[in-house]
Write a protein that binds this ligand. Structure first.
Ligand SMILES: N[C@@H](CCC(=O)N[C@@H](CS)C(=O)NCC(=O)O)C(=O)O
Length: 204
């Protein structure tokens, strides 16, 4: 059976693993399941997306899925094989999937999209706390992309984790302003956004 990536396309982590598949040239089917659907919980008891199915293997957790796609298929490596070259990529994959995602997605984008009061107004408590931490986050990312890509002078798996987050962050005013005010980060985003892997995984 071919590669199935299960989870709604607007999830940043679903887009990450789809970008990995695209970069490797691996055809895949995206099955747009919501988190906590029965189909997702059958693979991940925590109900989070993405989950993956391939040739009898079922897997959850975006970092595990990305590494499986990278190592199980032919195509350009998304993490260098040489340990010292791999080290910064692994560092930025982890930092992005945890700390960057927590601030920019969970405490900002997700609050804008899902946390509304009974009149349908966005509840800004967490958002207002999050945006105070934007300057330090943007400064960290600005210096991390100084060599052209995230922690590297070459495209890697780390970029597949960061790009969907940066894209979603810029859908809201403070996020757009923060990225626009970080020239290296904005130039990085605009450059990587030209890749087919990014374009072909855009949520409808
Ligand atoms: N550690 C998980 C996190 C995945 C995650 O947070 N997915 C979000 C969508 S982007 C989700 O399923 N949220 C629903 C929930 O946490 O209940 C991974 O890397 O796959």
């Amino acid at each position: 059976m071919g590669l199935e990536i299960i989870g709604i396309p607007r999830s940043n982590f679903v887009r990450t693993v789809r970008m990995c598949a695209e970069e490797k040239g691996v055809p895949h089917e995206n099955i747009a399941e919501m988190p906590h659907s029965d189909a997702v919980k059958a693979i991940n008891p925590q109900g989070q997306v993405p989950v993956m199915r391939h040739d009898g293997l079922e897997l959850c957790e975006s970092q595990a899925i990305a590494r499986y796609i990278d190592t199980a298929f032919d195509g350009p490596p998304l993490v260098p094989t040489e340990p010292r070259a791999a080290a910064p990529i692994n560092r930025w994959v982890a930092a992005t999937a945890v700390g960057v995602d927590q601030l920019l997605m969970r405490n900002y984008v997700v609050e804008y999209v899902f946390h509304k009061d009974e009149d349908g107004q966005v509840v800004r408590t967490k958002i207002d706390r999050a945006i105070k931490r934007f300057p330090r986050m943007m400064a960290m990312l600005e210096s991390a992309v100084a060599d052209g890509y995230l922690g590297s002078s070459e495209f890697s798996m780390a970029d597949c984790f960061l790009m969907p987050i940066l894209n979603a962050t810029q859908l809201f005013p403070e996020g757009q302003e923060a990225v626009a005010g970080s020239p290296a980060l904005k130039a990085y985003f605009d450059k990587v956004a030209e890749r087919d892997s990014f374009k072909n995984t855009a949520p409808e």
